[in-house]
Design a protein around this ligand. Structure first.
Ligand code: G16
Length: 545
C-alpha cells in the first residue's frame, strides 16, 4: 500500500467535523479539544513532510498553553527549535481544513510538489503533550499521522513546550546544544545556574526561597522533577500544582498579568518573591506585595529590563563590543520602552504579537532580548557573540575582570533556553541575576514605574473584521474605528490604546494605558465599546470597570 492510501485509510479514524474551518493562529491551532482530532492527525502528516524536506527532526507539541482546560491545540517546531516557518503555517491551515479524505491527499501532494520533497527521505518527529485530559488521545492522533507517512516518532509524553523545543534543537545539532533528554535539560540548566550563583556572595538562605504558581499544569510537575538537580541552591515552593485545582483556572501567568492580582487562595507575604507559570510553562511573571499590602507585578517588560541591564553591565566589564537590542510588542508598557531607549540607550524593536515574530527580529542582533509583556520570551546570542565570549574566557592576556565577566556571560548562555521562551529557564536566570546583583524584588521593580494599564476582551461575531497595521498598533478596518480610538486616546493624559484580534481565543483584545488606573480603565472601556459597536459585538455590551 502506498503512503497516500495509508493516509486515506488512517484518516477515517480522525474524521473532520464537516464545515469546520480553523486557522493556524498566533501559536498554532487552538480551539475546544473535541474539534481537534483530525487537526492533530494532519499535523502529524505535515510534520513528517517538513522533516523530509528539512532532513531534520521536527517537533509537535499538543497544548493550548494559557487557554482553559477544555481547549487544546498544537504547536509545530522547526529544526533549530523555533516555531515552524510561516509558509508552512499556510500548508497547515490548508491541511486542517481539507473537507474530504481525497482533498486531504491532494493537499499533501501539493505540498510535496511545491516543496519538491523527496518522499524516499527518512522522517523523524518528536511529540510532547501537556497535562490536559484531552492531550493523551490527541497526541496519539499526531503519532498516527506521522506513521501514516512512514515517519519515525519519539514520544516524550508529558513535557513543557520549551522542553520539546529544546529536545528538537539538541537532536538536530547532534548534541551540540545539549543532550536531547529531560535529564540532560535539567543538568545543563541547573549546572549553569549553580555556576552563576557562585558569584552571589550575599545571598542568604531566606532569599533562596521562591514561591511558584504552577498554573495547575505541567510546569509544576517538571519543577518537582528538577529539584534534585539544584543542590538546594534555590528553594522552590510550588502552589497550584495540579493536585486539586483546574488548569489555568484563577491561576497562572495569564490570569495574574491580565487581572493584575495574585491567584486567589494564596497569601502573598511582603518581602517574598512569587512567580506564575502558564499552562505549558513557556511564560513567567513575578510579583510581590509591599508593606501596605499593595500588589506589584513584574511582567515580561520588567524581566527584559532586568536581563538586558545585567547583560549590558557584563559586556562593559568584559570590554566586548556586541550590539544588543530588546524586542517588544505593542503590549509593552510605554514606561519600559522609554526606559530601555532613553536611559539604557538600547535599540528597541516592536513586532506583532507572537513569539515567532519577536524571535525572528531578535536574530538580527549579536544579543537579542525578546519578551512579550505577558512574560513570554528569551535571549538569543548570535554565533559571533558566543564565539567572542568563549574566546575571552580562554584569553591569557585578558584581565581577571573581563575574564570573570566572560565566564558569567557563558554561564548565562547555558542557563538560557534559546529556542523559545521558557518559564523554568527564565526563572533560573532571573533568580541568578537577583542573587548576583544582591537585588530584592522591590529594587528590581523600582528600575522604572509602569504606566497604569488595562487589558480587556470583546466578543464579536467574526474577529477577522479587525485588520491591523504598524505592528498591530493601528487598525485599518473596520473603517473609522481607528479614528474613534485616536479621539478617545486624546482625552487621557499619557493615553495609548490599540485593538487586535486574538490568535488563540475567539475574542478581540483591547489594551489601554494612561497616567492613572482610573483613566486607563475608562479608556479601555470606551475603546471596548467602540469595538463592540463597530466590529459586530455579540452578547452584552461592555460595562465600565
Ligand atoms: C501564545 C503565543 C504568545 C502570545 C499569546 C497570546 O501564548 O505564544 O506569543 O502572546 O499566545 O496571543 P493572542 O493575543 O494572539 O491570543 P501561549 O502562552 O498561549 O502559547
Amino acid at each position: 500500500m502506498d503512503h497516500f492510501q495509508e493516509v486515506i485509510k488512517q484518516s477515517t479514524h480522525h474524521p473532520k467535523p464537516p464545515g469546520l474551518v480553523l486557522q493556524y493562529g498566533t501559536a498554532g491551532f487552538r480551539t475546544n479539544a473535541k474539534h481537534l482530532n483530525h487537526v492533530m492527525f494532519r499535523m502529524g502528516l505535515m510534520a513528517t513532510l517538513r522533516s523530509k524536506k528539512t532532513q531534520a527532526t521536527i517537533g509537535v507539541m499538543v497544548t493550548a498553553s494559557h487557554n482553559p482546560e477544555e481547549d487544546n491545540g498544537v504547536k509545530v517546531i522547526d529544526p533549530m527549535g523555533e516555531m515552524v516557518t510561516q509558509t508552512w503555517e499556510c500548508y497547515a491551515t490548508r491541511l486542517a481544513n481539507a473537507e474530504e479524505d481525497t482533498d486531504l491527499v491532494t493537499a499533501v501532494k501539493d505540498i510535496i510538489q511545491k516543496e519538491n520533497i523527496d518522499m524516499s527521505q527518512k522522517a523523524s518527529v518528536f511529540v510532547g503533550k501537556d497535562t490536559r485530559s484531552s492531550s493523551a488521545a490527541l497526541s496519539q492522533a499526531v503519532l498516527s499521522g506521522v506513521t501514516a507517512l512512514g515517519g519515525l516518532t519519539k514520544d516524550y509524553g508529558l513535557v513543557t513546550t520549551p522542553q520539546l523545543h529544546y529536545m528538537v534543537c539538541c537532536q538536530n545539532t547532534h548534541g551540540k546544544y545539549g543532550e536531547p533528554t529531560i535529564e540532560g535539560y535539567y543538568r545543563k540548566l541547573c549546572q549553569a545556574f549553580i555556576q552563576l550563583i557562585k558569584n552571589a556572595s550575599s545571598w542568604t538562605d531566606d532569599q533562596k526561597q521562591l514561591w511558584v504558581d504552577g498554573a495547575n499544569g505541567i510546569g509544576a510537575l517538571k519543577l518537582r522533577e528538577m529539584e534534585s538537580h539544584l543542590n538546594n541552591k534555590l528553594q522552590i515552593c510550588v502552589f497550584n500544582d495540579g493536585n486539586t485545582g483546574k488548569l489555568n483556572h484563577q491561576c497562572g501567568a495569564d490570569f495574574v498579568k491580565v487581572q493584575q492580582k495574585p491567584p486567589p487562595g494564596i497569601t502573598v507575604n511582603p518581602d517574598q518573591r512569587y512567580c506564575s507559570f502558564d499552562g505549558d510553562a513557556d511564560r513567567i511573571v513575578y510579583y510581590y506585595t509591599d508593606s501596605k499590602g499593595r500588589f506589584h507585578l513584574l511582567d515580561g517588560d520588567k524581566i527584559a529590563t532586568l536581563i538586558s541591564t545585567f547583560l549590558k553591565e557584563l559586556l562593559t566589564q568584559a570590554g566586548l563590543d556586541l550590539n544588543m537590542a530588546v524586542v517588544q510588542t505593542a503590549y509593552a508598557n510605554g514606561s519600559s520602552t522609554v526606559y530601555l531607549e532613553e536611559t539604557m540607550k538600547l535599540i528597541v524593536k516592536c513586532t506583532k504579537t507572537g513569539v515567532k515574530h519577536l524571535h525572528h527580529a531578535a536574530q538580527d542582533f549579536d544579543i537579542g532580548v525578546y519578551f512579550e509583556a505577558n512574560g513570554h520570551g528569551t535571549v538569543l546570542f548570535s554565533k559571533t557573540a558566543e564565539e567572542k565570549i568563549q574566546q575571552l574566557t580562554e584569553d591569557l592576556n585578558a584581565s581577571d575582570d573581563s575574564k570573570k565577566a566572560a565566564q558569567l556571560l557563558q554561564n548565562t548562555i547555558n542557563v538560557i533556553n534559546q529556542t523559545v521562551g521558557d518559564s523554568i529557564s527564565d526563572m533560573l536566570l532571573i533568580e541568578a541575576i537577583l542573587a548576583i546583583k544582591g537585588m530584592t524584588v522591590q529594587q528590581w521593580d523600582s528600575i522604572y514605574s509602569d504606566l497604569p494599564n488595562r487589558q480587556l476582551k470583546v466578543k464579536v461575531s467574526d474577529r477577522r473584521v479587525i485588520e491591523t497595521i504598524d505592528a498591530e498598533r493601528r487598525t485599518m478596518s473596520p473603517a473609522g474605528l481607528q479614528k474613534v480610538i485616536d479621539n478617545l486616546v486624546k482625552k487621557h493624559k499619557q493615553g495609548r490604546s490599540f485593538v487586535r484580534p486574538s490568535g488563540t481565543e475567539d475574542v478581540v483584545r483591547v489594551y489601554a494605558e494612561a497616567e492613572t488606573q482610573e483613566s486607563a480603565d475608562s479608556l479601555a472601556h470606551e475603546v471596548s465599546l467602540a469595538v463592540y459597536q463597530r466590529a459586530g459585538g455579540v452578547g452584552e455590551e461592555p460595562k465600565p470597570l
